[in-house]
Write a protein that binds this ligand. Structure first.
Ligand code: AMP
Length: 422
């Protein structure tokens, strides 16, 4: 297969790395790619959100499969344009991408199909939001509608904080919802329009600071699997949340095709949906790819062509953990242009791959370009070994402007301690 991959982050570097290892992948093109992806693919300058430009490139290069990494091209209708031109696409059309693009759309779909999620009210104006707030207890969650990369969400611990969040959201549509308590975990399912199979679980760390403190980021680290999502809970999430969603979209004439990422709260009553994303998580993808066995490109082609096998894709029993190395200032304005060295030394650590999230070539050297710069991933037979390898690798990297969280996976460590001390 001749494969075109859209995107330029750490997620796409991990996808490219895994696709490149697939026996069925003959040629891999990435647009726009990054210096890490350039190790596995031919990178071409192109706006991945321009449906006409992407379709023209796919035609010109005789592409057999297009894999769309980030959400923006999906919401922009790049999948629709490619499908209309006859291409096999991994990633949903714009209508199904609303699962991520519109929180209101997802909440209404849950309500109509009895999918467990937090109770909510959709409002169209700030005035209505203030009024509706009275019906809710505290804590309460305020979500601005639209794509906000996690930034449009406030978990308000007081009424005052909730009022402030409503004002800050502006006078647009919002969702006000009940606070769910429990532990969060993510479930990634492959969906070919009708068939949905569970691929992997993961947990991430959204806050910038150790102990999960400070502002939200795109994610500072992740690991897969997430043992807290036991096989029983995973089965429930597939049966009660993912499959009814897939069915509802298919019946509504907007079938979902691609990877459906369910952000779950594991409550006392069982898994409840917090949100959907319509693509792989970043950095969860970096921790999932090393665990996938078999021909990944063929698996994605099956998803894209409606021929996904009913049985679960084969994953190794290994554990993988990713530590993000970010540039100073992130998630605010990150320091740009800092030199990065010794990636090769980091990759000498057994089981380690260093994915590029935000790098550029300047002259002959590698420099930072973006908030999240590297996604250092290690795979091993146990969680503890994967974690140890990842941090050993991070320590090899010479990047003066960089910082990372030292407590990625703390929940698992704590659980391990609990077990040993019993
Ligand atoms: P979202 O963008 O919907 O994933 O929300 C971002 C984060 O806010 C989630 O990862 C949760 O940590 C938190 N959150 C969202 N909705 C709720 C809820 N109903 N109850 C508790 N926490 C929530």
């Amino acid at each position: 297969m001749n494969i075109l991959l859209l995107g330029s982050g750490g997620r796409e570097d991990a996808l490219a790395w895994r696709l490149r290892q697939s026996p069925s992948c003959e040629r891999l093109i990435a647009a726009p790619g990054n210096p890490g992806i350039a190790r596995w693919a031919e990178c071409l300058e192109l706006d991945p959100c321009d449906p006409a430009a992407v379709t023209a490139l796919a035609k010109q290069r005789g592409v057999d499969l297009v894999v769309i990494g980030p959400e923006a091209p999906l919401v922009a209708g790049v999948g629709d344009a490619l499908r209309a031109a006859g291409f096999a696409v991994f990633g949903p059309n714009a209508a199904a991408a609303q699962l991520e693009g519109s929180k209101g759309f997802t909440k209404d779909l849950c309500a109509a199909n009895a999918i467990p999620t937090a109770g909510y009210v959709r409002v169209e104006t700030a005035a209505a939001a203030h009024d509706t707030l009275k019906q809710f207890g505290i804590p309460v969650v305020i979500k601005a509608d639209g794509l906000a990369a996690g930034k449009g969400v406030t978990v308000a611990m007081s009424r005052e904080e909730a009022e402030t969040a409503i004002d800050a959201a502006g006078d647009g549509p919002m969702v006000i919802e009940e606070f769910l308590s429990g532990e969060e975990a993510s479930l990634f399912a492959l969906v070919d329009g009708e068939t949905a199979v569970s691929l992997a679980s993961a947990q991430d760390h959204k806050r910038v600071g150790e102990g999960d403190t400070g502002p939200n980021t795109g994610g500072m680290g992740a690991y897969s699997p997430a043992p807290v999502l036991t096989p029983e809970l995973e089965q429930r999430a597939m049966d009660e949340i993912v499959r009814p969603t897939v069915r509802a979209l298919a019946e509504g004439g907007t079938p979902f095709s691609g990877v459906l990422y369910a952000g779950l709260m594991l409550t006392a009553e069982g898994p409840k949906l917090i949100e959907y994303n319509v693509r792989f998580g970043d950095p969860e993808c970096e921790a999932i790819m090393p665990r996938i066995e078999g021909d990944f490109a063929e698996l994605l082609l099956g998803v894209a062509t409606g021929l996904l096998p009913e049985q679960r894709p084969k994953l190794s029993d290994s554990h993988a953990l990713t530590v993000i190395v970010a540039a100073a200032g992130y998630p605010g304005a990150p320091a740009s242009g800092g030199a990065i060295k010794q990636i090769e030394a980091a990759e000498q650590v057994q089981g380690v791959t260093v994915f590029h999230a935000g790098t550029a070539r300047s002259g002959g050297s590698l420099v930072a370009k973006g908030g999240r710069v590297l996604a250092v991933t290690a795979v091993a037979d146990t969680f503890a070994n994967a974690r140890a390898r990842a941090y050993r690798a991070v320590d090899q990297i010479d990047f003066a402007d960089g910082f990372h969280r030292k407590d990625i996976g703390w929940r698992e460590l704590q659980r391990a301690e609990t077990v040993t001390s019993e």
